[in-house]
Design a protein around this ligand. Structure first.
Ligand code: ARG
Length: 273
């Protein structure tokens, strides 16, 4: 029998890709010689926003800043849990100025309990809340010591996970939280130790294959029932359907040129309990 899945309305922050471009390379997907169609990126992003609104989610917008072509990837701006915000500290100078912009937006929108991370911490790119577990990625971007900093700030136990494949440089490129108890992930992106941890904590996880991982299928946003994911991740969508989820495939091909997709564009603002 299929499990009945329930959606919980979400509160998201997004940033329109008005100034999106690929002019530097800080991950293997980014090739500045390849042309980017910014207008197409905006249309694809608008579609994502519409889908969230149709699903009944709240979408807030932060103004895109010129000179910050990756600012569309709002997930990296912070991690927000229980109404408390831990603002990012980016590894790369090219993205550093995004952190104060996200801090200012959050402070201006009622998130007074806010701190900027001391150590490199790329927000929800590397920090994903799965029920009581704060899953934390390292290996490429967030400093492994930032995991303890985040655990202290949020008063939560942190599960440290090490990424080993540079194509999957943020946790949200290799792992998606589907609901409080269910995740999907791509095992080859993780160290052997981290794979054992995931197997122990999530014995029923959806396991993604190479083809779905390569099209960023795991860079998905779930409300517990609807899973918005890249449309080319068709086998993953079938697996989700078999588990009682409702996959919604979208084309974000332009943003993929920067190594980002659906989840990267989406920062969840979790309210105080
Ligand atoms: N070009 C951006 C970077 O390399 C992409 C960020 C993708 N965001 C994410 N949450 N995985 O930093």
């Amino acid at each position: 029998m299929r499990t009945l899945r329930t959606a919980r309305p979400r509160h998201y922050l997004m940033c329109r890709p008005t100034h999106f471009d690929v002019v530097y390379s800080i991950n293997p997907w980014m090739d500045p010689r390849r042309a980017v169609d910014t207008a197409l990126a905006v249309r694809q992003w608008e579609r994502l926003r519409e889908v969230y609104l149709d699903l009944g989610h709240t979408v807030e917008l932060i103004d895109p800043a010129p000179g910050l072509p990756d600012m569309v990837f709002a997930a990296n701006g912070a991690t927000v849990i229980d109404g408390r915000a831990l603002v990012a500290r980016f590894r790369d100078a090219e993205r550093a100025a995004e952190a104060p912009a996200y801090a200012e937006w959050l402070r201006g929108h009622g998130f007074a309990d806010l701190r900027t991370a001391e150590l490199v911490n790329e927000g929800e790119g590397d920090y994903l809340l799965a029920g009581e577990h704060l899953l934390a990625g390292t290996g490429f971007r967030s400093d492994p010591r930032s995991h303890a900093e985040a655990g202290d700030f949020f008063g939560r136990d942190v599960v440290s996970l090490t990424l080993v494949d540079p194509n999957y440089y943020h946790l949200d490129t290799a792992l998606a939280v589907l609901d409080d108890a269910t995740i999907a992930y791509y095992p080859p992106a993780f160290s052997a130790d981290s794979r054992s941890v995931l197997e122990r904590l999530f014995p029923d996880a959806v396991i993604a294959g190479d083809a779905d991982a390569k099209v960023f299928g795991l860079n998905a946003a779930s409300d517990g029932r609807h899973v918005v994911l890249p449309q080319d991740a068709t086998a993953l969508a079938d697996q989700l359907r078999n588990r009682g989820f409702h996959p919604i495939g979208l084309d974000l091909s332009e943003l993929l040129k920067a190594g980002g997709s659906i989840k990267c564009c989406t920062l969840e603002l979790r309210p105080a309990p």
